[in-house]
Design a binder for this molecule. Sequence first.
Ligand SMILES: Nc1ncnc2c1ncn2[C@@H]1O[C@H](COP(=O)(O)OP(=O)(O)O)[C@@H](O)[C@H]1O
Ligand SMILES: [Mg+2]
Length: 245
Amino acid sequence: MLEIKNVHAGYGKLKILRGINLSVPKGKIIALLGGNGTGKSTLLKTISGLLPLMEGSIEFDGQILDKKKPHEIVKAGLVQVTQSKESYPAMTVEENLMVGSYVRNDRHGVQQDLEKIYEFFPILKTRRKTLSGTLSGGEVQMLVIGRGLMANPKMLMLDEPSAALAPKVVLEIFSNIYKISQTGVTILIVEQNVRMALLLAEYGYIIRDGVIMLEGKSDNLIHDSSVRESFLGGTVADTSRELSA
Ligand SMILES: Nc1ncnc2c1ncn2[C@@H]1O[C@H](COP(=O)(O)OP(=O)(O)O)[C@@H](O)[C@H]1O
Ligand SMILES: [Mg+2]
């Protein structure tokens, strides 16, 4: 569904990504993993059309995205939930969700999707008239995922959905991501929480300094000695402490 070939990209003249190849098959959950500052968000921004391609090509659902504008990419069905977890704090939860549907003109479908999102995240329904500025970190993460779903995407790219959340909340979010994928939405998840992401995803890519260092089935990566040494050395509690630091 998403084919990334030899992608080079960065900021101005500063090249961060140096020849990324990555593929996300339809209906799957694929993980992009790596430490801080390795180029994960840069890759998502490049795919979403927020950063220009310096070299290489990106194909999504049979369309070449290389020169497309961000809103055209959303319209093609590829939606990014950014790392910043920005909501519109002075708007209600429901108004925030509706923002996600701005690219659509099928009112009936929008209403149906709103109900679907309230089924995934019942807390958002309870709080639908609440200003989003008063939500907890976990609730905001659910809100921004829900907002992404309101665009009716074929594929979602999630940038560090577990960041700064308590382990129990992370578990809830990840179980919802799984349910979302079961409805047919293809998912690329970016994470520093390697353990959790490999439990969720079928296949993973490990990025370092703008290059894919290693890729493979999640089962193989979990047992790989370099992955264990770099990412799985600590306990789950250590990992969550690092995340909230
Ligand atoms: N707006 C920017 N301008 C210049 N350099 C940036 C910008 N954003 C990120 N970078 C640099 O690009 C590199 C990769 O960043 P990023 O893709 O955000 O990493 P990750 O998401 O893996 O933590 C880092 O060295 C970072 O400092
Ligand atoms: Mg990032």
